[in-house]
Design a protein around this ligand. Sequence first.
Ligand code: NAP
Length: 254
Amino acid sequence: MTICKIDYQAPADLLAGRVILVTGAGDGIGRAAALSYARHGATVILLGRTIAKLEAVYDAIEAEGLPQPAIFPLNFEGATVKDFHDMAETLDKEFGRLDGILHNAGLLGRITPFAQYNPELWEQVMQVNINGPIWMTQALLPLLEASPDASVIFTSSSVGRRGRAYWGAYSVSKFATEGFMEVLADEVEHLGTLRINSLNPGGTRTAMRKSAYPAEDPEALRTPEEIMPTYLWLMGPDSQGHSGERFDAQPPKQ
Ligand SMILES: NC(=O)c1ccc[n+]([C@@H]2O[C@H](COP(=O)([O-])OP(=O)(O)OC[C@H]3O[C@@H](n4cnc5c(N)ncnc54)[C@H](OP(=O)(O)O)[C@@H]3O)[C@@H](O)[C@H]2O)c1
């Protein structure tokens, strides 16, 4: 049984003074989350691989007069452990703190029978969806541990909770995401200041969803903006006391 907080109403200053990193912030759900976190007072670090998209989000945040964000260009495919440690050093120097990470960047790969799955594509999906985020989290752990109240959200999927034919590396990477979330949550529990959870957005109107379900009517899906309540609740202090848990951003379909 997972919990959904779609009716949560976040106070305007929910994330005031916090520095939050959003991966895959240039598009889809990550873009909506970055804007939403900034609207609730956070200084948002926009991480992604397409600089023009990140710049557009940066401009949108600035145009609303919200806390000045920062752009951190990074492609998980080529990123090394050293890149993540350099990143930690930069964030420490520039901001001196980190109060949250939304691990949102993701790659679908191909929906195809396993017998035909291309091994290089499999590696690529695992790199972007799980291996990169794991080593990034390791490098940023000291900053998260120093925060008085930090939240790490790993983005899951329904195929990360129950396997589905043809979803290959994407499904396996999301299972690994759930597993890593539990391992890390258990390890940091004693701190009492750092919570680690997973969040399944559910079918949402984005480019990734379109490529997975090309025949679906996008109008039948919630938009990224509509699923933000759970993203806000989990990132802010109202979710204190919850760690190692699985959440859904949308209620189950009736
Ligand atoms: N939409 C859904 O229905 C749904 C359902 C379940 C789970 N999810 C999960 O929700 C998350 C967001 O998905 P979305 O639907 O918003 O997809 P999206 O619109 O395709 O956005 C994915 C984001 O990840 C970034 N990204 C991809 N590869 C990257 C790489 N190598 N390095 C850095 N960034 C990279 C993309 O950057 P570019 O824009 O530069 O390509 C983009 O900003 C994903 O983890 C996905 O698995 C989505």
